[in-house]
Design a protein. Sequence first.
Length: 470
Amino acid sequence: MLAPVFNLNLSHKILPHRVTIGKYDGIHPCLTAATASDKIFVHNPHQNTVYKGGRWSSNALSGDISLLNINQSITCIAAGPLKPDAKNDVLVVGTATNLLAYDVENNTDLFYKDVHDGANCLLIGHLGATEKPMAIVGGNCSLQGFDHEGNDIYWTVTGDNVSSITLCDFNHDSFNELIVGSEDFDIRVFRNDVIIAEMTETEAVTGLCKVMGQHFGYALANGTVGVYKGLDRAWRIKSKNQAICLNSYDIDGDGVPEIITGWSNGKIDARNVQSGEVVFKDNFSHCIAGIVKGDYRLTGKEELIFCATDGEVRGYEAASAEMRHHMLDANFEQETIRDLSAKKQALLLEFRNYEENARIGSGNLKTAGRASQTHDEHGIIPATTQLKTGLSINLGSDKIGPHIEVSLETTNNTVIRCVLIFAEGIFDGESHVVHPKENQLSSSIRIPLWPPKDLPIDLHIKAMIGYKGR
């Protein structure tokens, strides 16, 4: 469980996806984020000194916040140990045309490079057996890696514009593979510059994060969040809101990190990596801009830090064993009450159904085939009604192209009033509703489908059956 430990308001608007944390002096973690005015602020609550000169803004210094002038629209930022064997982190900033590596502590540029394919996302880390850490940049259909001197030591192409990247030991070879999400709905896994795995999703991949081992989390533009274990998807959920950022953090001290999500409506939640069950949730008043981890209070414990777009910063840490015990007791009581209430409602509904069936049975009502009217039972269908389903290939005609045809038919004189089909990757919103007009109702219906790719797809079909009205 998470316990809040600090709350700040930095009075600077924060751009989504552009939040990081770095130890620029090798000791003190500093929260770093991009603002709407083409600047980057560095929040250093541990020292009274502020950064001056060079790229630092001289007229916007306030307290423990320093502003770094970029003078270009900032698309992504990252901080990490880019220099080999160095203790201090380097700040790397991406724009639509350039990449800047900046030594914050020494107020110097490490390199300033043109990136013709742009910088949509970036990270700092080790890829494969490469000894040097590199800044890996995802651009328009390309991936580039730079060392601390700006040398282009890695380059490859991918199928579409890169929207998210992360490093993960995907195949248990003790080396990091690069996992790449792109706008063509694909997640690709690179071992150096070779694609070793590919998964197709239903929307543009907007977020990726390593969780543990082969597990990694992903987010899509349509509000979907899920977890893969290797090539297999462990679970996924879909929300009407958009997942802005992902991270992982062990909130319950069991040694297994949970996946943490920040949403566009200000909601934050933590989910079990195996099942997707929500184990913690909280709310901000504005959209979440980023989630980072660090020992921000220098207590020796890593905190989970959330940043909202209005400048609110909130830090959490895993609760102590004693506090966790009390929280579990309270949660257990609440869960027990919820479970008992749900069982009570289900039993009451079942009891009402039995009463209704007994009342109808004792009345000797002749309802078969009659139209349903308000407050009557004429719409009740026979208990033996079955819905037959079938799939076939239709070669089409002059008016309609080749397609897959779903056939539905009832086993008696009932009619199909409405059909709902749920499937990934076929329909917008992953669902499709067919509602025939009253004069077209019949006991059978054929629904054409056009799958965009040759992939196995699960169809979940719900049908509303009744009688024709009069």
